[in-house]
Design a binder for this molecule. Structure first.
Ligand code: PNS
Length: 159
């Protein structure tokens, strides 16, 4: 079985993430969308909330599983029997950092390969941080995040 891991913070999941997950899921038997548990970061949504939102939006994809992890990504991937990491690339600005990560991950475990998918052009500018900022300042992110996620953002940021 070909298993791939799509890791990230997903704080929160955007339509850009969902597009990458949907396309990656067609390329493998099982896709694990894995949320990083990073105690040093100060996320808006808890791990439980991020996993729940991802489960809601991935529900129609039978070969997609949502999980969370901490520690090294390559260790987690190998524990789950995955040797493919999926990353979305929005622009050249993403590339340098992603290439560094792909190299260090291969250095850490040479069985692991990173597959980059180019984000749909209509989501090329989209990020979770931009979405959080727009909602905090009173703007609409309809169409940029899956239905339901905007309501959760409003509830968190405009209390
Ligand atoms: O959505 P993000 O925040 O850009 O995702 C970053 C992520 C989770 C892919 C990256 O931080 C990661 O892989 N963290 C796990 C720790 C690790 O393995 N670090 C060494 C290689 S980068």
């Amino acid at each position: 079985m070909r298993t791939a891991v799509y890791p990230g913070s997903f704080d929160p999941v955007t339509m850009g993430h969902l597009d990458i997950a949907r396309r990656a899921a067609t390329m493998c038997d099982r896709l694990i969308v894995a949320v990083l548990r990073n105690p040093s970061k100060n996320p808006l949504f808890t791990i439980g909330e991020r996993v729940e939102m991802l489960e809601e939006v991935c529900r129609d994809m039978p070969n997609v599983e949502v999980d969370s992890f901490e520690g090294l990504l390559v260790d987690y991937a190998c524990q789950r029997g995955a040797h493919i990491l999926i990353k979305g690339l929005r622009a050249v600005s993403d590339f340098e950092c992603e290439l560094q990560q792909a190299h260090i991950n291969r250095r850490l475990d040479s069985r692991v390969d990173t597959v980059f998918l180019a984000t749909e052009a209509c989501y090329a500018y989209l990020s979770s941080s931009l979405v959080r900022e727009v909602v905090m300042l009173g703007g609409s992110v309809a169409g940029l995040v899956p239905p339901g996620v905007e309501d959760r953002l409003i509830a968190k940021l405009r209390q």
